[in-house]
Design a protein around this ligand. Structure first.
Ligand code: AMP
Ligand code: MG
Length: 310
């Protein structure tokens, strides 16, 4: 089933494939032309570096140097899985991957098809398989919405987690999370027995060390905003997304996740895209109170929603 896709990648043609987080747009990490196509297909700014996806711990050494004990512990604990690690790079890593930085981002995704694919093709760069700025794809049809019906997509139905990986810079101390994801700061700290810093997603004017974090992201055409406390949920051009406040009835334009943040993460980008198809002009999301932030998936959800609000 994968043979035709393996051939395409070997010929330098990017292919969309499933991971446990979102669908990735894969291209051979050794092929500059193929990687150029990835930037072109997505409309991705050239200064936004790509994550290299591996299928084996040994491949890390082909891209990274200074792989220290903490990094080994993190790979032991969380790979394959939704944690991207940023290392100092080997000089031979293509500049187009790293946008000229002296670091490289690596991840071993945990999905049987990505595993089979990368085992056959070798390491792949793989940003999310969406047009730059749009919500990441969690279903094959999302990829086709952005790249056209004929675009090659390895179909594995819906992805499991639904939000992109945690990005953790271990190239210098203190280690820093640039993007929260399913692996939390607390889980990371427990493994290495050190505190990690977290880059705030808004209000930070320092030059971006993770260039991608400065761009608008995850946006549907509808305007995303925080719901006000007194919202009466009666505007039918607004999709209301609730997760915690009491609400007995739900309708086509009122979703309630009842504290199930994993399900909310799993569905968020699909809901964003559905809102556009359903002609909602606004998506109003219930704000997250501080006491919810320790719950699994709440901090990545907050990050993506803040980014979509812009
Ligand atoms: P995406 O592939 O669209 O999920 O985005 C990858 C994210 O990883 C972006 O926010 C990039 O800026 C970030 N990233 C990739 N490589 C590096 C790197 N070497 N240093 C810092 N951030 C990186
Ligand atoms: Mg992306």
């Amino acid at each position: 089933m994968l043979n035709q896709y393996i051939s395409l990648i070997k010929e330098g043609q990017p292919v969309a494939f499933p991971t446990e987080t979102v669908y990735g747009l894969g291209a051979d990490a050794q092929n500059r032309n193929a990687i150029q196509k990835v930037f072109k297909i997505k409309g991705r700014p050239a200064d936004n570096p790509l994550i290299v996806h591996v299928s084996d711990r040994r491949q890390v050494q082909d891209f990274a140097t200074d792989i220290h004990d903490d990094a080994e512990k993190l790979m032991d604990a969380f790979w394959p899985g939704p944690l991207t690690l940023i290392f100092r790079k080997k000089p031979e890593v293509l500049d187009i991957i790293t946008a000229g930085l002296d670091t490289v981002a690596l991840r071993w995704p945990n999905h049987p098809l990505s595993q089979q694919l990368i085992t056959q093709t070798g390491p792949l760069v793989a940003p999310s398989a969406n047009s730059s700025g749009r919500p990441s794809p969690t279903k094959p049809k999302h990829v086709k919405e952005d790249f056209g019906d004929d675009f090659p997509v390895i179909n594995a139905g819906e992805t499991n987690i639904g939000l992109e990986s945690t990005v953790l810079d271990v190239s210098q101390e203190p280690y820093r999370i640039y993007r929260p994801g399913a692996i939390s700061a607390k889980q990371i700290e427990q493994v290495i027995d050190k505190k990690v810093e977290i880059t705030k997603s808004t209000g930070d004017n320092t030059p971006a060390k993770s260039p991608g974090t400065k761009y608008t992201h995850y946006s549907p055409t509808a305007t995303v905003r925080w719901m006000t406390e007194d919202a009466d949920l009666t505007d039918d051009s607004t999709l209301y997304i609730l997760h915690n406040r009491p609400q007995k009835t739900t309708t086509d334009n009122i979703l309630h996740y009842q504290g199930d943040y994993e399900r909310m993460a799993h569905e968020l980008y699909d809901r964003f895209r559905q809102a556009d198809h359903g002609n909602f002009t606004t998506i109003a999301v219930e704000p997250f109170s501080k006491n919810l932030l320790t719950k699994p998936m709440v901090s990545p959800l907050l990050n993506r929603i803040e980014k979509a609000i812009g």
